[in-house]
Write a protein that binds this ligand. Structure first.
Ligand SMILES: Nc1nc2c(c(=O)[nH]1)N[C@H]1C(S)=C(S)[C@@H](COP(=O)(O)O)O[C@H]1N2
Ligand SMILES: [Mo]
Length: 339
């Protein structure tokens, strides 16, 4: 038997405070976001990982528990997955849009490959993933002995879900989860557990702070409270150009940006009149789990201040709401000069 994963969390913390960085949409000018421009989020700090001592334990409802070294993991078949990466935002204010987004290439081993080696028992329904970080979630003062998340086994077995060791072709750096992190394309970033230490196969959802108190969207439908785990990413879009406050000439302008979601985006619309009318942008097809570029030709009706908005609709027909959600419609204010 591998060691009980809980006892592995003797990993000392190198940094003991949270960090959250955001790159504004108008700086996301390239299809692949350079690692230095990719947002960073951690809730408790950065653990002092020792790559030589690192083991990934795989336990719970499996035929053969594993404890893989980094070398053993690296010797398994390696794949690349290109995907958008989006933070769900402040888990205490789930309706607040933060628009932490990027589009990167992850490389590593399919989680499904390792689960196949361990042999998942038929009773298993969820995969629990634990990071080696521990400490205090400062916003509530809650102490946690690990960052524990879960996802449905069905999603965990999909080809895009990786035990990643590289970001944009370089070894992961410590802030992005070195030596190994989970990556769950199509799901919010919170599920992509960094500094991965243990995988457990279970029948139920995990009873941790980050899976019960935080990261569950609560809505009331016909008087009944519904709780939805913050898993699949809702359709979302941002305008990259023009930038906020940009001064434009009174002539035809190209508006462009990115749209993404768990499902492919089938359309993006632009409004320059506070949502009274919308025009269809052209949208590129999706590759892997990447964001999709959209473009729209806009003729400013007059000089003066204007507000541009964009909203995406996915192939299931779901559209970004006007307000009150983390994926609410994005707006940018510009000024048009000329006669
Ligand atoms: N172990 C661990 N994994 C974590 C977190 C964390 O605090 N601890 N934060 C999550 C959140 S909320 C996000 S949005 C992503 C951010 O990944 P990045 O910093 O590599 O962009 O990591 C996720 N994985
Ligand atoms: Mo996040």
């Amino acid at each position: 038997m591998p060691p009980d994963p809980v006892t592995m969390h003797g990993v000392p913390m190198k940094v003991t405070t949270a960090r959250r960085t955001t790159t504004p949409a108008h700086e996301l000018t390239t299809f692949q976001t350079p690692s230095g421009k990719l947002f960073v989020v951690y809730h408790m700090g950065v653990p002092a990982m020792d790559a030589d001592a690192w083991r990934l334990t795989v336990g719970g409802l499996v035929d053969e528990p594993l404890a893989l070294t980094l070398k053993q993991l690296r010797d398994l078949p390696r794949v690349d997955v290109r995907a958008f990466h989006e933070c769900a935002g402040n888990p205490l204010k789930p309706a607040l849009p933060v628009r932490r987004i990027g589009n990167v290439v992850w490389s590593g081993v399919r989680l499904g490959h390792v689960l196949g080696m361990a042999g998942v028992r038929s009773e298993a329904k969820y995969v629990w993933a634990r990071g080696a970080d521990s400490g205090i979630y400062a916003r509530t003062g809650t102490h946690c002995d690990s960052y524990l998340k879960d996802l449905p086994l069905e999603k965990a077995l999909r080809d895009e879900v990786l035990l990643a060791t590289e970001l944009n072709g370089e070894p992961l750096d410590e802030e992005h989860g070195a030596p190994v992190r989970l990556v769950v394309p199509g799901y919010y970033g919170t599920n992509s557990v960094k500094w991965l230490a243990a995988i457990e196969l279970e029948q139920t959802r995990a009873a941790g702070f980050y899976t019960t108190r935080l990261y569950n969207d609560r809505t009331v439908e016909q008087g009944i409270e519904r709780v939805r785990p913050v898993w699949a990413v809702a359709p979302h879009s941002v305008i990259v150009s023009p930038a906020p406050g940009q001064v434009l000439a009174l002539k035809s302008q190209r508006i462009w940006g990115w749209a993404w979601g768990a499902n492919e985006i089938r359309g993006v619309e632009i409004s320059a009149d506070h949502g009274t009318s919308w025009g269809a942008a052209t949208v590129e097809r999706r590759e892997d789990y990447c964001w999709q570029r959209f473009e729209y030709g806009w003729m400013p009706p007059a000089a003066g201040r204007h507000e541009l908005a964009c909203r995406a609709t996915d192939v299931a027909g779901v559209t970004q709401p006007a307000r009150g959600a983390r994926n609410e419609t994005f707006h940018v204010k510009v000024r048009v000069e000329g006669s």
